[in-house]
Design a protein around this ligand. Structure first.
Ligand SMILES: [Zn+2]
Length: 151
């Protein structure tokens, strides 16, 4: 079973053409992701981010249907609603995020195997340490995650 976002019905392109090495996330959006991660603990949270190019202009928390500490599956209806909302305001879905309540902010084996969002910003929030850590990655076609600087 794929634990990641199921977007086919939402018409989301499975792959981005341009790959950036940095992403601009205004502090309020970073805080929104952190708050969501904290509120879902000990379970993983998940959501999507909207924007243009490498600039994040919205964060859309989604329900993790699995209610699991080690995996997530975004509620399909909430995902479709979020995509509609982004389109309405002229944004595109440029990334996804999820939390690691008890592990580092690096892609897990499962993340590596089951993520098919090539080229999308892939945010991971770790709540393992007292101060949460947010990292961002982009997965290439050969399924390698490359770290992306958050600015
Ligand atoms: Zn993960």
């Amino acid at each position: 079973m794929n634990h990641h976002l199921s977007c086919d019905s939402a018409g989301i392109s499975p792959c981005q053409d341009v790959v950036y090495d940095s992403v601009v996330v205004p502090p309020s959006f970073l805080e929104r992701m952190l708050e969501h991660a904290r509120s879902c603990a000990p379970y993983e949270c998940c959501g999507v981010v909207g924007g243009k190019g490498r600039i994040v202009t919205s964060v859309h928390p989604l329900r993790n249907d699995l209610e699991s500490a080690t995996q997530f599956f975004a509620d399909p209806k909430e995902l479709i609603d979020a995509v509609k909302k982004m389109r309405k305001s002229g944004e595109e879905m440029i990334g996804i995020y999820h939390s690691h309540p008890d592990s580092l902010a690096v892609p897990s084996q499962r993340d590596r195997e089951e993520n098919y969002y090539v080229g999308y910003f892939y945010f991971i929030i770790s709540l393992m340490t007292e101060n949460p850590i947010v990292r961002c990655y982009v997965m290439s076609h050969d399924r390698e995650f490359t770290s992306v600087q958050i600015i």
